[in-house]
Design a protein around this ligand. Structure first.
Ligand code: FO1
Length: 319
């Protein structure tokens, strides 16, 4: 029997588990719904960082140092732009630029973001079904003590320094899920919440009309992006602290308490298991740090086995 898995993912953290799942699951059984709240217009181009991180990772083209952008990149454009005094705070490599340029050109021609994403995946040999959460622009706004900041202004230009008060997702009220999103969720045997930032990577996806309600109907297993009270990458722990919440794997579980049936936490956080179980959420404890493809695959197998052990409606993986 086929196991249909839908993964909700942001950028660097999410793409690691997604690439492990893609290695393990037979072709056609993995759909990834990507956050597009990080998207923005820059230098006249539409940039979709999380979608691109997922595409490059799945294509084996991601920059291993940063996790975003392309491996074997050159920077002639950016260096030349700097010479003209242009804006270089957001680093766009020459090869990466080609993708932003082509996406922008196709958007102007009237193609949708999901159509363009499918085309890019085909061109780069990515067979995973990768979908933006919506074809409509949704923009994450970080409400800080320095005022409201567009996500990339907060994240890259301001290096996550401003103290966070909250978040909202501009445009989400009128955005509908991209074609294929609701169908994939309806056909899913399992939904995986990747180890992405709950506030700015997964919450935007769940805020799109209909997605949270469809997810709640399914067995949902998450992997905590917070290990030992610290985010594996990015500002998730800092955000929790600034919002007055102690960052921990337990906090992440509480964040998704009404969605999760099970969670995979790191061995460092084993002591939190009883508190999580008290919320009626099952726990699997393992090493969740992914430093290479072997780690990603092992964690993907653990997530799938955990889900299959816990939920009798999920039977067996097709060989
Ligand atoms: N992140 C940075 O911290 N600095 C950058 O200059 C930067 C450039 C960049 C270019 C293309 C791309 O797809 C992603 C890029 N990112 C950069 C990552 C991006 O900000 C992501 O939104 C975050 O990693 C959060 O997911």
């Amino acid at each position: 029997m086929a196991l249909n898995v839908v993964a909700l993912a942001g950028g660097v953290g999410g793409s690691k588990l997604v690439s492990g799942l893609a290695e393990i699951l037979p072709k056609g059984q993995l759909t990834v719904i990507a956050n597009t709240g990080d998207d923005f217009e820059h230098l006249g181009l539409t940039i979709c960082p999380d979608l691109d991180t997922l595409v490059y990772t799945l294509a084996g083209l991601a920059n291993p140092q940063t996790g975003w952008g392309r491996v074997d990149e050159t920077w002639d454009f950016l260096e030349t732009l700097e010479g003209f005094g242009g804006p270089t705070w957001f680093q766009l490599g020459d090869r990466d630029l080609a993708l932003h340029h082509e996406r922008t050109r196709r958007l102007k021609e009237g193609q949708s973001l999901s159509e363009i994403t499918m085309h890019v995946c085909q061109a780069l040999g990515v067979s995973v079904h990768l979908l933006p959460m919506s074809d409509h622009p949704v923009r994450t706004i970080v409400d800080t003590y320095d005022g409201e900041l567009a996500f990339q202004d907060y994240f890259v230009a301001r290096r996550c320094e401003p103290h966070v008060k909250g978040f909202h997702f501009a445009g989400v009220e009128t955005a509908s899920p991209a074609p294929g999103v609701m169908e994939a969720l309806s056909a899913a045997d399992l939904v995986v919440l990747c180890p992405s930032n709950p506030w700015v990577s997964l919450d935007p996806i769940l805020a799109v009309k209909g997605i949270r309600d469809a997810v709640v109907e399914k067995p949902v297993v998450g992997v905590s992006p917070i290990v030992g009270g610290k985010a594996i990458k990015g500002p998730a722990a800092k955000m929790y602290s600034e919002l007055g919440i102690q960052p921990s794997a337990l906090t992440v579980v509480v964040h998704y308490q009404h969605i999760l049936k099970g969670v995979v936490i790191d061995t460092q956080d084993e002591h939190l298991a009883p508190d999580i179980q008290a919320l009626d959420i099952q726990v699997r404890v393992t090493n969740t740090i992914m430093t290479n493809l072997q780690d990603r695959m092992r964690l993907a197998v653990e997530v799938l086995e955990f889900a299959m052990d816990e939920y009798t409606e999920i039977t067996t993986l097709e060989e």
